[in-house]
Design a protein around this ligand. Sequence first.
Ligand SMILES: [Zn+2]
Length: 480
Amino acid sequence: MTRGRTRAAALLTVVLLGSCTSEVAGSATAAVPGADGYGDPYYPLDGNGGYDVESYALELRFDPESDTLEGTATVVATATQTLSAFNLDLVGLEVSSVTVDGEDAATDRDEGELTVTPALPLGEGDGFTTVVTYAGVPESLDDGLGDSGFLQTGDGALAVGQPDSAAAWFPVNDHPADAATVEVSIAVPEGLEAVSNGALLGSTTEDGWTTWRWAADQPMAPYLVTLAVGEFRLDEYEEGGIGYVDAVDPALDDQEAAGSETLGSTADAAFSRQPEVLAFLAEWFGPYPFDQAGGIVDDVPDMGFALETQTRPVYAPAFFTDAASAEAVVVHELAHQWAGDSVRVGAWQHIWLNEGFATYAEWLWAEEEGTSTAQEEFDRLAARPAGSSFWQIPIGDPGPDTDRLFSSAVYQRGAMTLHAVRTALGEDDFAELLQEWFGAEAGQAVTTEDFVALAEEVSGQDLDDLFAEWLGEGRPESLG
Ligand SMILES: [Zn+2]
């Protein structure tokens, strides 16, 4: 994620701050309900316990006239314990029916939780398919980041947000530790586009409705699933074996940016450099983890952030007021495809691993472009006095408040931490660390401890003190 670019603020700041049946099945006495949360210390009710999702298939219809979403979600999962019942996360929206393996299931609702009680208990290791039919006007979320969640946009809607936006529009195990493949089929009024993650399989029009079909066949964290409905210029192309789809709201072609450009043309120019940026990042991080890419810019004036939605980040239009800001944010969100999407956080306290890498990628790109070096960026921030609030948040455990979780301290000190590791390891070991990290951990949910362990393994050094002072509270003493 990149914060802080509502359009009002954009002109004043350039600060860039993501079945088999087991023996107990059928024994009601042995089966117990799954937990109502995944167990994240920051967001205890995000996600759920007792199962692991393989795939979501969403068949949707969205009518911008009424803002009504109608959906059928097919969730294929495996029970990781005996289950008499299990939860899905779903905010608002009326559920009209739920089946498990084709049999009607009983349901209960409590705030953001949908409890499903199948006709027969599930055994540990059982694969099961849940189909939820639902409808309603999805809610936007107030998480301190400006508008996020499911936004009505005038000509359509935009689903985007962190840390937990998916439950605003489909029933889901809404925690990044449980990644799954996602297929989205969405009908919208003819003349509108609907854009999601992964590959565009095609679109068909019937009776005044156009159905757009998208498939992401590499697992993703639920908050990285996006949906943009409205008028878009779609640009489809392939380069370097990667399929691109860029979607820019044509309303931005009438809105001024720097240098006699428009927000739309500045977005186009930044997007045209994506293949070059991905090739550059691959030199540092290893091969691009996906086979699809691109970006989405919707005309949402109050949106204040960009997010690394998998394969196709969503950007607030205000980032495209000038070329430098545009390029930096595109580098940031594309770096997240490795750091945050392919290798994702196992719990939200480890967010510095996402934001530190994405910010460090901006520094590396600036060095490549000859604007500034990573060392200069590091030195500039290191000069901040010990009493500065910049040093007060322990970035290895910043707390659940999104103002802290997505603070500039987490981003910039996260990047500084990586630079300190680079200095301690030397160029060869640092390069090996990055390649190993994004190679061996691809598709995995990770923690800070995993990263420290790999850095120590690659370098043969004891790095406990380094990480303790960089990820803790206060200006590191080693800065002198
Ligand atoms: Zn970010």
